[in-house]
Design a protein around this ligand. Structure first.
Ligand code: PBG
Length: 329
């Protein structure tokens, strides 16, 4: 008689309650961060739909407040702000303007929703006339150290406006350290830095560049963002940001980079965030609108996969909809 046996995995999948009891990961409102695009505009009613991101819009300050109010009522705990300034210049000076659009948005949201954790994206690409994430030298190369100084000024202006967390997304070397020092020396030692540590030069950012009006006017971002082929290099970037003082790390994009997330999870103990970017959003939306996939099912599956791979927090454009429809509560 054979002594071999087999594994009866189905025993624990027999009923919905049993399946719930052995479920390893779940999604809660506090796991989710909603990105918003706020525009410096005299039109206080502006809600300009973003063509390649159905359901997402560029918002005036007043519309931002209204939109956030609906989400907060449905359980939103945290948002990430991107600003679109009225004017751009070569140094991106609106990025650190005391009265800049993000600074005003932060102040407004924090005064209306004191409990909401407001995170700011620290980068120059939405503010520079050339669309690169830093200052250029005469040959059109992005200058690292000069850019880092400006990023530190920008992060500090966000903290002064009341931001709870600053999230540098530029991928310059040394920016986490410079931002940490700037915050500490101005009395903001309590403000965490959540760095986009492993940010890849991804084609999946396409729709965002329409949303944030931040496409580079020439060239690409490959001299600062990472090569999608490089996993070990992503570990060096993550460890470097931790050494410089990052409190949390972001992996971006999400879906096709979960190996990176899982490996960082093994190597350190800080909270990890994954960013489901605009192209990932657009693809799910497009297929959903055609009835080719069940949008909500696919969204929940992707977000759950992020948590399974090791994410504590998820930045996703689906957040508002999932909360407002009561899908996640
Ligand atoms: C700013 C920034 C970008 C994204 C987040 N912060 C664009 C880029 O690097 O080109 C992309 C987000 C998305 O695609 O949803 N540098």
């Amino acid at each position: 008689m054979s002594t071999r046996t087999f594994y009866r995995g189905r025993r624990l999948r027999r009923t919905e309650t049993l399946r719930e009891m052995i479920r390893e990961h779940s999604l809660l409102p506090q796991d989710l961060i909603m990105p918003y695009f706020v525009v410096d505009t005299p039109d206080s009613g502006l809600e300009q739909p973003i063509g390649s991101m159905p359901g997402q819009s560029q918002l005036s300050l007043a519309k931002l407040e209204e939109t956030v109010a609906r989400a907060v009522d449905s359980g939103l705990k945290s948002c990430l702000l991107f600003g679109i300034p009225a004017a751009k210049d070569t140094t991106g000076s609106e990025a650190w303007a005391e009265n800049g659009i993000v600074q005003r948005a932060v102040a407004r949201l924090k005064s209306r929703f004191p409990e909401l954790v407001v995170i700011t994206d620290v980068c120059l690409c939405e503010y520079t006339s050339h669309g690169h994430c830093g200052l250029l030298d005469p040959q059109g190369q992005v200058r690292n150290d000069e850019t880092v100084a400006i990023l530190a000024k920008t992060a500090l202006s966000h903290a002064r406006a009341g931001a709870d967390i600053v999230a540098p997304s530029d991928m310059m070397d040394g920016r986490v350290l410079a931002i940490r020092e700037a915050l500490d020396s101005a009395g903001f030692a309590q403000i965490p830095v959540m760095s986009y540590a492993s940010k890849f030069a991804s084609t999946f950012y396409g729709p965002f560049r329409e949303a944030a009006e931040s496409a580079p006017s020439f060239g690409n971002r490959k001299s600062y963002q990472m090569d999608p082929a490089n996993g070990r290099e992503a570990m060096r970037e993550a460890m470097a940001d931790l050494q410089e003082g990052a409190d949390m790390l972001i992996v971006k994009p999400a879906g096709h980079y979960l190996d990176i997330l899982a490996e960082i999870r093994r190597r350190c103990d800080v909270p990890l965030t994954v960013y489901q970017v605009s192209g990932e959003y657009a693809m799910i939306k497009a297929a959903g609108e055609r009835g080719w996939i069940d949008e909500t099912g696919v969204v929940l599956e992707t977000l759950t996969a992020f948590k399974r791979a090791g994410a504590d927090l998820i930045i996703s454009y689906f957040t508002q909809d999932l909360l407002c429809r009561g899908i996640i509560k």
